[in-house]
Design a protein around this ligand. Structure first.
Ligand SMILES: Cc1ncc(COP(=O)(O)O)c(C=O)c1O
Length: 449
């Protein structure tokens, strides 16, 4: 008997002939990485985008919930950003190497947000930003260790890809690198803390002699939630770090300029010592930034003059194209913040409520978690408090569900981390809810949930 899952695979293969042909030789040409594609026989290649929609290489349209891995909070091809990019390219040039005046207004936009940034440095990705932030925290404190929380992601470098060893106790998780190629020695400088547990505070106190800094995603993209207890936890963390002379860093690569203009710091009214940004800050062009207290940030300019001065810098850091696109996006967000943030947070909630109500009333073991405009769908109805409550691996139900979604014209990235943008509307969200619920029906009819 043919299942809905078999049928959708055939339909997708027939709909995506060009994607299939173009990627037939990608094994020899390029590496697709682990995050980009769904479990298709071939990756879906995207040809163009507009607003809340993507079009693939075969001309199929999708409602986009990937939205540039969260970077395009105003949607694709926003006219203000497009104009800023074209003006820069047509009139001035797109790469100089040396500093350029476009860095100043973007730095001002960051500093005037309700956050801890008294000064900033620019780099090219969130990965670079967290790498520099870790280095400066070690240099400033003259201590070696960095602590992160289970369920977090802080970029693709060796210190950002820690996961909790599943065999370690929930309240004393052990840091382990995700994947191979990371020397064992890295683990000796890393600590893993239990998320949303005061046991973390005791571990910080016990390790304060060695601990340079604690890094937290104020809302974890693996477990997007925005409860009041998270604000209380962040404040408790700030207090314990201050008590122990340990720096606190918020990794706001996702939450920055998304929860509110001032990110999670404005939303929760808690300010760390240092913060990292990326994604939205670049308006769709590559970017990263570190911001923080002036006495810490000073070390970025003190190589050779202060023994604690650190090395930083890169060929494309602060490049004029990213500065222009980033300023256009931040200026638009800043000017429209009174409407934009309530709107996108409400759209995220509308989507989550619509799917959760459907799943509950149809007795499906499925739930959506959302932190405002960031959301993810989970295939369990058990409560999710931390990443440890998320079922490991990808079930057949999940794999088939995302293929049905793709067939019905909704694109979610392989990471499953999903975002609503200001280009989405209530009408688009309601259409998405109905397609998502129809996809759930398909996997239920196949007996997968
Ligand atoms: C919280 C967080 N930090 C850092 C990064 C790394 O940013 P990038 O992908 O720009 O290197 C990411 C990427 O998703 C992230 O979510």
């Amino acid at each position: 008997m043919t299942t809905q899952g078999d049928a959708v695979r055939v339909r997708l293969a027939n709909k995506m002939v060009r994607s299939r042909d173009l990627t037939a030789t990608t094994g020899e040409l390029m590496n697709m990485g682990s995050a980009a594609s769904l479990e298709m026989p071939h990756p879906v290649l995207i040809e163009s985008a507009q607003g809340a929609y993507l079009t693939d290489a075969d001309g199929n349209d999708y409602i986009d919930f990937q939205i540039g891995f969260g970077a395009l909070v105003l949607g694709h091809k926003h006219p203000d950003i497009q104009k800023a990019i074209l003006d820069q390219v047509n009139d001035k040039g797109w790469h100089f190497g040396l500093h350029n005046p476009g860095q100043i207004p973007l730095a001002e936009q960051i500093i005037k947000a309700d956050n801890c940034a008294e000064r900033v440095i620019f780099c090219n990705t969130g990965t670079e930003a967290t790498m520099y932030a870790i280095r400066v925290m070690r240099a400033f404190t003259d201590k070696p260790k960095i602590a992160v929380f289970n369920g977090s992601y802080h970029g693709a470098h060796d210190y950002g890809i820690g996961i909790a060893d599943p065999d370690s106790p929930a309240n004393a998780p052990q840091w382990r690198a995700m994947g191979a190629g990371v020397p064992d020695g890295i683990a000796s400088h890393q600590m893993m803390l239990p998320y949303r547990s005061e046991a973390a505070f005791d571990l910080i106190r016990a390790n304060k002699g060695d601990l340079a800094g604690v890094i937290i995603e104020p809302a974890q993209s693996s477990n997007p939630q925005m409860g009041d207890d998270i604000g209380v936890f962040l404040q408790g963390l700030k207090d314990v770090c201050a008590e122990c002379d340990v720096l606190l860093m918020f990794d706001e690569v996702i939450t920055g300029f998304r929860f509110a203009y001032g990110g999670a710091q404005e939303f929760y009214r808690v300010q760390p010592d240092i913060v990292t940004y990326g994604k939205i800050l670049g308006g769709g062009c590559p970017i990263g930034a570190v911001g923080g207290r002036a006495d810490i940030m000073h070390l970025f300019s003190a190589l050779g003059s202060d023994p604690r001065g650190i090395m930083s810098g890169g060929t494309f850091s602060g490049n004029p194209l990213s500065m222009a696109a980033g300023f256009a996006q931040l200026h638009y967000l800043d000017t429209g913040r009174a409407e934009i943030y309530p709107k996108i947070n409400a759209l995220g909630q509308r989507l989550a409520d619509g799917i959760n109500n459907y799943a509950r009333s149809n007795d499906m073991a499925v739930q959506v978690l959302n932190a405002g405009s960031m959301f993810q769908i989970y295939f369990t109805d058990l409560p999710i408090h931390t990443a440890r409550d998320i079922p490991p691996g990808k079930s057949q139900a999940e794999t088939d569900f995302y293929l049905h979604l793709l067939d019905k014209g909704i694109l979610v990235p392989g990471t499953r981390r999903s975002f609503v943008s200001n280009a989405h509307t209530e009408k688009i969200i309601d259409e998405a809810i109905s397609r998502i619920c129809a996809s759930l029906d398909c996997i239920r009819e196949d007996g997968l949930i």
